[in-house]
Write a protein that binds this ligand. Structure first.
Ligand SMILES: NC(=O)c1ccc[n+]([C@@H]2O[C@H](COP(=O)([O-])OP(=O)(O)OC[C@H]3O[C@@H](n4cnc5c(N)ncnc54)[C@H](O)[C@@H]3O)[C@@H](O)[C@H]2O)c1
Length: 356
């Protein structure tokens, strides 16, 4: 494993153990476990001596993110598309594949979904399926095993909130275009949340929904086409390419470093007071996109110039998380300053490019 990542994993583990958060001996299914956030979750769970079952179809994940875990006896990888049924602990089922040797699952963490704006155009149906059929299948597993169900929803369920809903609390219902270019993601996450509430009501399932705000760090996918602002800007800056800012750059976002996000997620999974709750995990500090571009140019010592392009349709004007619930229920708040998180991410990017 990359050195800076393993330091961060140790740090997250320490922060969790300091507050008594341990998943030792729990069997936890992580869908989307080879992706950016999912692989960090798997790393911490394996470190904590949980039995971690990582399910993924490599839609936007990578074997490289979990290769160091493959030979651990408390880690198992299952190649599967979660929008198709899968059953654990039984030997046959007419509707899908069965893994009879995994007898009991304690927690289902449904994280599988492509999440980059560029993918909304190329893979809208698979995104819709992951968050609707995939959520239903993952809920079915939780129901069969009487397991806790945890879902990674998104700040995008809020759409484009008005200024008086910034920072955005969980109680804001959203302002979302159901037929726009982003609707496959925004609306399927909303439908995923509705599925969860239905299983909670009808089957008394214990469920938790985290709404994740913009998070980045090592292992985030990067390249000119991946469409997430932080990796895009870093990629452009370290290659001295033009930095493409959409609109005039005055739109805002709030940025969280990955280790803060993973700590928040795992604290929420662990905490019984979060059962039945929806909680934002993100940052409440807003930066304009132009500010972000300039910070990244400074930190990378880049010769890149900022250029401006048209604003994408339905792009939210402001994004900032109201994190009062996370503070009160989870005793969680962001710890990593923007520049520190960016520096670690930039260092990881540079390591990926060594020898190229
Ligand atoms: N990173 C963020 O800032 C952010 C923000 C909001 C929400 N989220 C949510 O967090 C979760 C993880 O996001 P990420 O940033 O790690 O994205 P990612 O694309 O790196 O990871 C998603 C993972 O899900 C897998 N996957 C996708 N469809 C699948 C399917 N049908 N069956 C099995 N596996 C499938 C992919 O292969 C990948 O490994 C997603 O649900 C995403 O919507 C992330």
């Amino acid at each position: 494993m990359d050195y800076s990542i393993s330091n961060d994993i140790n740090d997250i583990n320490k922060r969790l153990l300091d507050e008594g958060v341990s998943f030792e001996n729990k069997t936890i299914l992580v869908t989307g476990g080879t992706g950016f956030l999912g692989s960090w979750v798997c790393d911490v769970l394996v470190k904590q001596k949980a039995n971690c079952i990582c399910l993924d179809n490599y839609a936007s994940g990578s074997k490289d993110n979990i290769i160091h875990l493959i030979n651990k006896n408390n880690f198992r990888f299952i190649y599967h598309d979660i929008s198709k049924p899968i059953y654990f602990g039984i030997s046959s089922h007419p509707n899908g594949i069965c893994l009879s040797n995994i007898k009991k699952i304690d927690i289902v963490m449904h994280m599988a979904s492509r999440a980059s704006p560029f993918e909304f155009k190329d893979f809208p149906i698979s995104i819709l399926k992951s968050n609707t059929l995939g959520t239903m299948n993952a809920l079915g597993i939780a129901k069969t095993h009487n397991a806790l169900f945890f879902y990674t929803s998104t700040s995008e369920v809020y759409g484009d909130p008005p200024d008086d809903a910034i920072p955005t609390p969980e109680s804001y219902f959203g302002h979302v275009n159901p037929v726009g270019p982003r609707s496959c993601y925004d609306e399927s996450k909303r439908a995923g949340e509705a599925f969860i509430k239905a299983y909670e009501l009808q089957h008394n399932l214990e469920t938790k929904i985290v709404r994740i705000f913009n998070t980045s760090g090592p292992r985030i996918r990067y390249g000119p086409e991946f469409g997430r602002v932080v990796p895009n800007f870093i990629y452009q800056a370290i290659n001295d390419l033009d930095i493409t800012v959409f609109g005039d750059g005055s739109q805002t976002r709030s940025f969280l470093y990955v280790s803060d996000q993973i700590e928040g997620i795992l604290k929420m999974v662990y905490n019984d007071n979060a059962i039945g709750e929806v909680i934002n995990i993100g940052n409440d500090k807003e930066y304009t996109i132009l500010e972000l571009a300039n910070v990244i140019i400074e930190l990378t010592n880049s010769n890149s110039k900022v250029i401006f392009k048209g604003l994408p349709i339905d792009d939210p004007k402001r994004r900032s998380a109201d994190i009062k619930k996370a503070r009160n229920i989870l005793n969680w708040e962001p710890k990593t300053p923007l520049k520190e998180g960016l520096k670690k991410t930039i260092q990881w990017f540079r390591e990926q490019h060594k020898g190229n």
